[in-house]
Design a protein around this ligand. Structure first.
Ligand code: F6P
Length: 326
């Protein structure tokens, strides 16, 4: 691998995701393996603006592959959204002699990375990492598998109590404007209904189903609600159903539990592969791409496309759950 880049910066940004640490470890150790210097930027773009930059070594990333969260910390920087903030960030990168960056995060991170490259020409490679799985250019993002398994564990527990009481539960999962967690956890948990932003949710149809379940004397009934669904959040939808059908229900919002915890083996491996691939891409002269995995192949997608294009949900899974959730 030949490259003029000697000093590489790495940071995590936006919502944390299990497996980010494994990605940081892979970036640091690959860069050192290639004879480069590597610098950790703390608190994402905000830390970049404030110059929170320190050199990292092999031991800086010891004992983190299994840890949730991010040792580099993360932030959602408002200052970086303005040109002035980005100029400050660029100045501190220059002051530290950083010649290339690896940006680990979701769509906000990709947008920021696109701006840094387009405005200042600094080479930057993205590593897709968000529990939401909503980045174009990769089948899976780091953290998604762990989040789905965390949600699934909760769904299974709720199923026990729902079955004992013959109750309806509305379980709200994360995903901002994307239903990837909802669909995957719903299919795996045998949900009776899955409401996600990508498909049209219709209150009449939902209420008819609820009434049919009562007529059939169905025991537990689980409705997965992805945050961002057009009908509202889980509590709001529950009230709407109750107002029309008189059905009793309980709500459970899984919230940030889905963001923490030890990454699964799948996420640790994905993070290790992506971190390594990102440094390789940078050293091969890529300036403006995100690494990803599509159909089991490592691919590179222009940064701008990763957040401008919308990744479709798996329609076949949507059809499948409708067949199976009787
Ligand atoms: O980006 C991941 C995500 O977990 C979304 O699903 C959620 O809407 C959002 O972050 C919440 O983020 P925060 O509480 O950090 O603002």
């Amino acid at each position: 691998m030949t490259s003029e880049i000697v000093r590489i910066g790495v940071f995590t940004s936006g919502g944390d995701a299990p497996g980010m640490n494994a990605a940081v470890r892979a970036v640091v150790r690959t860069a050192l393996h290639e004879g480069k210097q590597v610098f950790g930027i703390r608190r994402g773009y905000q830390g970049m603006i404030e110059g929170e930059i320190d050199e990292m070594f092999h031991r800086s990333v010891s004992n983190i592959v299994q840890r949730g969260g991010t040792i580099l910390k993360t932030a959602r920087s408002q200052e970086f959204l303005k040109r002035e903030g980005r100029e400050k960030a660029h100045r501190s990168l220059t002051a530290h002699g950083i010649q290339g960056l690896v940006a680990i995060g979701g769509d906000g991170t990709s947008r920021g990375a696109t701006a840094l490259f387009e405005e200042f020409g600094i080479p930057i490679v993205g590593v897709p990492s968000t529990i939401d799985n909503d980045l174009y250019g990769t089948d899976f993002t780091i953290g998604f598998d762990t989040a789905v398994n965390t949600a699934l564990e909760a769904i299974d527990r709720i199923r026990d109590t729902a079955e004992s009481h013959d109750r309806i539960f509305l379980i709200e999962v994360m995903g901002r404007q994307a239903g990837f967690i909802g669909l995957a956890a719903g299919v795996a948990g045998g949900a009776e209904e899955i409401l996600i932003p990508e498909t049209k949710s219709d209150l009449d149809t939902l209420c008819k189903k609820v009434e049919q379940w009562s007529r059939e004397k169905k025991g537990s009934r689980i409705i997965i609600v992805s945050e961002g669904d057009e009908l509202g959040n889980a509590a709001e939808i529950g009230k709407k159903i109750a107002a029309r059908t008189g059905a009793d229900f309980r709500v459970c919002v899984l919230g940030h539990t889905q963001r923490g915890g030890c990454p699964t083996a799948k996420d640790r491996i994905l993070a290790s592969v992506f971190g390594n691939a990102a440094v390789q891409a940078l050293l091969e002269g890529e300036k403006n791409v995100m690494v990803g995995e599509v159909n089991n192949e490592i691919v590179r997608t222009p940064l701008r496309e990763t957040w401008e294009k919308k990744k479709p949900i798996a329609e076949r899974l949507m059809r499948l759950y409708r067949v199976l959730s009787r």
